[in-house]
Every structure is written in structure tokens, then in C-alpha cells.
Design a protein around this ligand. Sequence first.
Ligand SMILES: CC(C)(COP(=O)(O)OP(=O)(O)OC[C@H]1O[C@@H](n2cnc3c(N)ncnc32)[C@H](O)[C@@H]1OP(=O)(O)O)[C@@H](O)C(=O)NCCC(=O)NCCS
Length: 294
Amino acid sequence: MPISSPRPADVPAALDLITAAQQAPAWACAYLGTEREGIRAELEDLTPPWTETLRVLVSGDQVVGAVAVDWDEETGRSWVQGPWTSDKTTWVEHGRALLEAAIAQTPEGVDDHEMSADPAHVGMAALAEGLGWHRSAVNIAYEAESDEGWPDAGSAGPQPRRATPDDTGALAALHTEAFPSTYATGRQLVEDDGRITLVLDGGAGELLGYASAEVQADGGGYLDFIAIAPGARGRGLSKVLLASVGRTILAASSDGKVSLTVKEDNAAAVALYESFGFTRAGALVGYRSRPYQG
Ligand SMILES: CC(C)(COP(=O)(O)OP(=O)(O)OC[C@H]1O[C@@H](n2cnc3c(N)ncnc32)[C@H](O)[C@@H]1OP(=O)(O)O)[C@@H](O)C(=O)NCCC(=O)NCCS
């Protein structure tokens, strides 16, 4: 069966296949949700457009496999969306070829590829292992639907404010220290107008912490990053920052939800989120062509 660019009718058929796979943790790619319209919105938000990078496997007139990819030339990284297949046999026979069809589209200089799945997706784990890719720690997905019980900002102590270009240097340094292996640069967090990036300013040029969130294409709020400077940890500062960024993103989201992911062994962060009433919504593992750091 050849893997090809989609004919017009293959695009909705691929979306049906993707939606069915996304609803089964053992077959889902962790970047997308489970609802057809939300998945479509997330895919349509990719750069380049997903309909350009979509590759399909067609049997008769049925789409039985699909994959897409997006990338960032600044960081040299790509994120493979999928692959997805209609069944296990198709996965075993064509999963790797689908992945390779996605990667083959990435431009020169983009050579750090990643895909992500629920730990239950053993096929994805086997595919990554066969390629010699690296496995991340297990990450827990958390979500909250209200700010009930979250602390008020209070009047004492530093208050979060929007990041400005003047914060870029200090924010980028803390970002690299706290998230050495991540997908966005500190500069991108400050400059991306679509994001809510807050800082806790200690005065005299000292950055005590930052947090960055965005409303995703499916309307859900997502907290990507929160960190307190190493010398300022353990003083309760993360609570002020989390409450502030969390409330802002809850208000901006169209579904009244904020979600995030955290490494399951990050005890401080897990305790912080659980103390805010975030509940576990799932688990995910990344598979990456380059080693994960930190
Ligand atoms: C996670 C992090 C933001 C917490 O910031 P902090 O300012 O040190 O935390 P706070 O002092 O505000 O504590 C808030 C809550 O977090 C939890 N917590 C913080 N440090 C903890 C620790 N060492 N062990 C266990 N729980 C801890 C507690 O629930 C605490 O509430 P409590 O004091 O009422 O018990 C900080 O450790 C950090 O920047 N880590 C590196 C970046 C990171 O991992 N970010 C989260 C990624 S998803």
C-alpha cells in the first residue's frame, strides 16, 4: 500500500480515522484531544497547514493510516502528529513508513523529531525503540475547571505582571535552567502575542519567577511553564503566580478549563497542583530522536 498526499476526500476520512484513534488511549497521540472538532481545530492551527503535511495510507477507498507533522526552524524541532492506523496489523506493517513519510517533509536543519503518546500505546513505544529514539519520563496531565480554593494574590509581596521585552534575558536564563529540553525559547514566550506570560519581579532587575500559558486552538487553556528562581523557592511564591496565570487563562479559555502536564517525579510541582485542586486527566510519554535533558 503506498503512502501518499491526500486526495480531497481523504482529508475528512483521515479526520474520522484520527478521531477514532484519539478516543482510545492505546492508539492516541498525546498532542491532540478526543473530540472531532477540537482535533480539527488543533490540526488546523499547525504550521505548515496539516492538509499539506498529511500523508495517508489508502486501502481500496478507505483511509487506513494517517500522519502529519509540524516544525519550528528556529529550534530545529519537529512534532509528528500520529501516526494513526485503523488496526494493529496496519500499524505493524506501515507505522514506521508513515512516521518516515512525516519526517521526510521536514526542512534541512530540522533534525530533532518528537512524537508523544499515552504510556498504554505500546505500538508507539516499540516504533520509537526500533528507531533508537529516546523515551521521556512519564508526564501526568492535570486539569482544573474552577479557581475555587485558590489563594488570593494578597497585597503583600511581589505581584505578577505581564512580561515585557526587558524581561527576556532573565526569563530565558531561568527558562533554560528549569526546562532544558523544552519546545519554546524564552524569547518566544515573551514575544508571542497569543500567550499570557507573567513574571514575578523582585525589583532591581531580579526575576523571581515566570509562568506562561495560552489558549489552544480547541479553546482550552494550557499552562506550559511555571518556574520560581532556585534561590526563591520554598517561600510560597509559586502559589501567587499559579493563581494569577491560572485565573487569567481560565477566563480566556472558551471551555472554562486549564490543563498542564508535569513529570510524575516532580514532587514539588505535583504537590502544588494537587493543593490547587487540579485532577489527573491522563498520562503521556514523549519519544524523541535526540536525548532528553533534565
Ligand atoms: C515547582 C515550583 C514552581 C514550586 O515553587 P516554590 O515557590 O518553590 O513553591 P512554594 O513555596 O510556592 O510552595 C507551594 C506548594 O508547592 C509544594 N511544594 C513546593 N516545594 C515543595 C517541595 N520541595 N516538596 C514538596 N512539595 C513542595 C507544596 O504543596 C507547597 O505548598 P505548602 O508550602 O503549602 O505545602 C518550583 O519548585 C520550581 O520552579 N521548580 C522548577 C520548575 C518546575 O518544575 N516547574 C513545574 C513544571 S510543571
